[in-house]
Ligand binder design. Structure first.
Ligand SMILES: Cc1cc2nc3c(=O)[nH]c(=O)nc-3n(C[C@H](O)[C@H](O)[C@H](O)COP(=O)(O)O)c2cc1C
Length: 311
């Protein structure tokens, strides 16, 4: 259950588990893949990697060690399920990072206006950006990239299909992103389908869409932007494991994160960001994440019940 607390793209929660004695197998459910936003399945694989790391940590809390073997992606467990990894369980030590599983969450609102204490926290795969001009540049580039990506009607439709803005939605509380997690007022939530689907073209002609999708004001309130980068040929499941640990380390410092996936997904801003921040050739910018102290409590999590994830 605790493994399901990991972040996943659009809260699709693609990880499925099968237990056979001392072996726990992880599958990626391609039925919940994002055909438009993630056609290669990279974000789904990264999400499964984050869940995998959460599982390894959760098991460690019970003194269970997991020897992880990544698979070659055989589709042996039913329609649309792609094998990701097998975990062979034995006795092991506790990894204290498991304590942060419940403390990590995405915060899509204003960060508290207070100094952040990092106690010397660094990571080789993460460049932490603090200075105001650099954060302002990233905020502007993120708005540009988001707006570019949002031009595709199919992307907007897919995004809206994973929103659970009405509490009566049959999947509300189980997956996707609800109004509380998106920090939207009732009026904003009501307007989403009109802005993103029905009237987008007209609003675009009136040059209103950039303003409507901009996050710059809030981005600038985050005292840190983390540029998480990894070897460009790394298996995204391994990347996802590292991503999970990064988020949990931040949580241990009282920080919540808000990813800016557009910045790394847009080829132009990916290159511009790597150039500006000296991310070396051979490294891929995986995610830019706004980090700060949240100015309120964590929104309630929407998560699949166990019977949907344990097959
Ligand atoms: C690969 C990946 C990309 C993500 N991109 C974004 C993003 O661009 N914007 C955003 O607000 N959240 C993004 N998220 C966060 C997810 O929407 C979030 O993890 C999910 O809704 C579950 O919520 P939680 O993190 O609070 O548990 C991303 C998560 C992952 C794993």
């Amino acid at each position: 259950m605790r493994a399901g607390l990991a972040p996943t793209v659009h809260n699709t929660q693609p990880a499925r588990w099968v237990r056979d004695g001392d072996v726990l197998s992880l599958f990626c459910d391609t039925n919940v893949g994002l055909a438009v936003g993630d056609p290669s399945g990279r974000d789904a694989a990264l999400s499964c990697g984050a869940v995998l790391e959460a599982m390894v940590l959760a098991l460690s809390a019970h003194h269970i060690a997991a020897h992880v073997t990544l698979t070659e992606g055989d589709t042996s467990h039913g329609a649309g399920l792609v094998a990701v990894a097998h975990l062979t369980l034995s006795q092991g030590d506790v990894d204290g990072l498991h304590n942060q599983l419940e403390n990590r969450f995405t915060w899509r609102a204003c960060f508290a206006d207070q100094p952040v204490q990092l106690f010397g926290w660094t990571r080789d795969d993460t460049r932490l950006v603090f200075d105001e001009p650099a954060r302002a540049w990233l905020a502007e580039r993120n708005d540009f990239a988001s707006h570019e990506i949002m031009q595709a009607a199919a992307f907007r439709r897919e995004l809206v299909s994973w929103m659970r803005l009405n509490p009566q939605h049959p999947r509300a509380g189980l997956d996707g992103m609800d109004r509380a997690s998106m920090h939207m007022t009732k009026t904003e939530a009501f307007a989403v389908p009109f802005v993103l689907i029905k009237f987008w073209k007209i609003l675009s002609l009136l040059r209103q869409t950039k303003k409507l999708t901009s996050e710059s004001n809030l981005t600038l309130k985050s005292p840190i932007i983390a540029l998480f980068h990894r070897n460009e040929v790394e298996n995204p499941v391994i990347t996802g494991r590292a991503y999970m640990r990064l988020c949990l380390e931040a949580a241990s410092l009282g920080l919540a994160g808000w990813p800016m996936a557009a910045l790394s997904d847009c080829a132009q801003t990916h290159q511009e960001t790597c150039d500006r921040f000296g991310i070396p050739a051979g490294q891929r910018l995986i995610q830019a994440i706004r980090f700060g102290v949240p100015s309120g409590p964590a929104p309630t999590r929407a998560r699949r019940p166990l019977h949907e994830t344990l097959l």
